[in-house]
Design a binder for this molecule. Sequence first.
Ligand SMILES: Cc1cc2nc3c(=O)[nH]c(=O)nc-3n(C[C@H](O)[C@H](O)[C@H](O)COP(=O)(O)OP(=O)(O)OC[C@H]3O[C@@H](n4cnc5c(N)ncnc54)[C@H](O)[C@@H]3O)c2cc1C
Length: 457
Amino acid sequence: MLEFINHSQVPLFGETDILVVGAGSAGCLAALAASHNQKYKVMLVERYGFPGGSSTQMLDTFYGFFTPGDATKKIVGGLPDSIVNDLYKTGDIFLRPNTYGAGTGVNYNPERLKLVWDQQILGAGIRFLLHTSLVDVSIEEAERTSCIFWNKSGFFKVKAKRVIDASGDADFCHLADFSYELAGESEPAQSMTTTFRMSNVNLDKFNQSGGKQMLNEKMKSAVGRGYPLPRKEGSVHEMCQKGCVSTVAVKVGNLSPFKAEELTQAEIEGRKQAFIYERFFREEVPGYEASNIIGLSHQIGVRETRRVYGETRLTKEDCLSGNMPLDRILLCGAPIEDHRKGKDGEDETFWQYIPDQGVYGVPYGTIVPKGSDRAWVVGRCFSATHDAHASCRSMAQTMSMGQAAGFAASLSLESDTAANKIDYTQLQELLNKAGAILEVPDEMADTGRDGWGSVFR
Ligand SMILES: Cc1cc2nc3c(=O)[nH]c(=O)nc-3n(C[C@H](O)[C@H](O)[C@H](O)COP(=O)(O)OP(=O)(O)OC[C@H]3O[C@@H](n4cnc5c(N)ncnc54)[C@H](O)[C@@H]3O)c2cc1C
């Protein structure tokens, strides 16, 4: 709580049962799950003008629904499926098979996804506020948490019986004095990336000229030819929109996303790097001659900031041993994928796969801040060590965390139970009923069935 804000003097905007801070992939799912039984008033507050967080600010591929490797399995289900189903109805997804990295990706049209989030949120009767930022928290009252927000109308207060922190940066937990680790404190923080989209790419010509292999070779030797590319590999992939390609290759390290001056520097550097790639693509890569950047990410992509200390902490050993805790709320099969910038400024990306194409379970305690009776933390600020976080941060997993926290918050109200005392079997019942996957399926993913599982490109 900030000393200079007197909560009693700030006007009350409203009261709600469950408040979700941040409408990223984790927050949207948390709000949807919290309102599943239509019993509780749910409010979702977002600082930007559209929902989705990274899913719509900078990305176009959900990873984590499937395991990597040649025997791919679908390991995420429930409400996250309903988002993909809605995209599928309008032809706004296709699957991109990957045996490496986080497995087969679900590519989507990010502009359509904004609409899907809007419609799902409004359809569920959630009170939704955009362009509104959380600035302070008081947990002094026994039954309600007081959250102060700021928007163009000024400061106002919302009182909530339960709060889910889905701000990505754990802003709520920070202001409510829950403990956390700052990325970079014990190990180098993951680097930041401005993503960009290019249009008018002739993909037939690109593929006939050697496709990805040709591109990789050209990127490796580009520096010597006058293109200072920060990263010589990265994801360069076709989008839903014809002739459009999305690129995740910019790399900005050793700057703090919490210091406005350094973040400003990072944004400027990210844009500069993106246009170096544009010049390289146009001048060097067949098929790109007439292409241009048509969009930079809404803001530079920040992979990790605060990681809250929860009732349980996910560790590298949990991931690599395929640990299946009894109180698991979701599954993950993605490798540890750690993007760093070395001391000499060189690009370093480390990969560590879960042995035998394995899968691990994520325990409930990782979304409950230590000692919390009425708050949860989901998404990229959940409780994990640096390396475990580098595995468990794809959006199918952040959506699943949101799904679990939304159900847990409603269960906590219904049974008048503290967040850290919830009967996890009851939570798992709700998750199973919604279609979440908590047991590793025996079968490989049935990519031939009707629906979005068959839309390969
Ligand atoms: C460059 C990059 C590439 C990636 N590539 C992929 C990929 O291809 N596929 C994949 O699955 N994952 C990918 N990831 C990981 C994934 O995008 C994130 O881990 C995930 O999106 C995090 O979701 P979230 O909801 O926790 O956070 P966010 O998406 O960051 O959402 C947090 C939301 O809270 C809002 N917010 C923040 N502070 C406040 C406040 N004080 N008040 C109100 N609102 C607030 C933000 O505006 C935002 O909308 C990538 C990440 C990065 C950075």
